[in-house]
Design a binder for this molecule. Structure first.
Ligand SMILES: *Cc1c(COP(=O)(O)O)cnc(C)c1O
Length: 351
């Protein structure tokens, strides 16, 4: 810290990003194990020859393709440099009366509140890690809920989310759908009816583009206009032209998108049943990760021993969570290698 710093923060701690040459099986940051859609490379390469020009700050072509894909009007969407940036825009635009979210959820939610000096109310999850929707009724604050939630993977139904909207007519409700494509119900359709709903999403997980940094929000045109005010006061060129092209190409290959997401779901279900056979407790997941604990071994020890075998999963040191591991669903081969490693570790531990 220099002697000039006027704002002392506790930043977000992301999962470890090892050097490529270390050859880890990387199941710790919920990335896709698959490469981007085929058209992405060509579209991006083609755009390189015009990188001397600023990008289109209206994201015109991306917006058109996206709006058609989601069957919405073009003034109902805004893009962000990752959905993290979308969340930052939302805090800046709507967070002044405070923000409210579950006490176990995405680690960035309290970090933004700290950065923007906004009050937070954290609502505890139930003992089974589910969200009790009634506790979110009549808040006079901006509500943020990840659906499915992270790191639990547990989801709410659209009907439950609609109940939260009905009981909060005068404040903004943000549903963070970063993982929705892996089996949960999206509430994008409710944005037509509720002018206080923002659905945020990302190309990072289900569209295999984490490195491109592309997120979005879908909402009533007035909310989108508010978010655009923030964007144009901060960084109009937030989506670089290569990423715009990558996003378009990804949306155009729907077969690949469906293939990748359905593969992950299939591998997840298979992995869960095999892990259960090794005496693990697993929360019901609709995401591309599972949250699980061994009934035999402490989470931290298992995490460390897996790391020694070059497999990275995520462990949180927070109480209530420290027995658990969050494991990203990778390829079938990666999950087999993980199961094998867990089996070896358990055998040695029990001996
Ligand atoms: C990964 C994630 C995001 C943000 O991802 P970006 O890469 O910034 O788009 C947002 N919310 C949750 C719950 C996430 O897990």
């Amino acid at each position: 810290m220099s002697r000039f710093l006027t704002k002392i923060l506790q930043p977000y701690v992301a999962g470890e990003q090892p050097k490529q040459e270390d050859n880890f099986i990387k199941l710790n940051t919920n990335e896709s194990p698959y490469p981007p859609a085929k058209g992405v490379q060509e579209a991006v390469c083609e755009k390189i020859s015009s990188l001397q020009l600023y990008c289109d700050y209206h994201n015109t072509e991306l917006t058109n393709v996206f709006a058609e894909y989601y069957n919405i009007s073009t003034n109902h969407v805004i893009f962000g440099n990752g959905s993290d940036e979308i969340l930052a825009f939302c805090y800046l635009a709507f967070g002044k009366n405070g923000v409210c979210f579950p006490n176990i959820s995405y680690g960035f939610y309290p970090v933004f509140a700290q950065l923007f000096e906004q009050e937070i109310e954290q609502i505890p999850l139930q003992s089974d890690f589910t969200i009790d929707i009634k506790q979110y009724f009549h808040k006079k604050k901006t509500i943020i809920i990840a659906n499915p939630n992270a790191p639990t993977g547990i989801s709410l139904t659209a009907t439950e989310i609609e109940q939260i909207l009905i009981h909060n007519p005068d404040n903004v409700v943000i549903i963070d759908e970063a993982y929705v494509d892996f089996g949960a119900e999206s509430v994008v359709f409710l944005t037509e009816q509720y002018d206080n709903l923002i659905v945020s999403g990302t190309f990072s997980k289900s569209r295999n583009l984490a490195g491109a940094r592309l997120g979005f929000a879908i909402a009533h045109a007035d909310l989108i206009s508010d978010l655009n005010q923030i964007k144009h006061s901060y960084n109009p060129y937030n989506i670089n032209s290569l990423t715009q092209m990558a996003g378009i190409a990804s949306l155009k290959d729907d077969d690949y998108f469906k293939k990748c997401t359905s593969n992950i779901i299939m591998i997840r279900e298979d992995f869960i049943s095999k892990l259960e056979a090794l005496n693990f407790h697993i929360l019901p997941s609709k995401a591309n990760f599972i949250f699980t604990k061994s009934n035999d071994m402490k989470g931290k020890i298992l995490y460390e021993q897996l790391r020694e075998k070059s497999i990275l999963v995520r462990h949180f040191d927070k109480e209530n969570l420290s027995d658990f591991l969050r494991i990203t669903i990778g390829t079938a081969e990666q999950m087999e290698a993980l199961l094998q490693a867990i089996q070896e570790i358990l055998e040695e531990y029990n001996a």
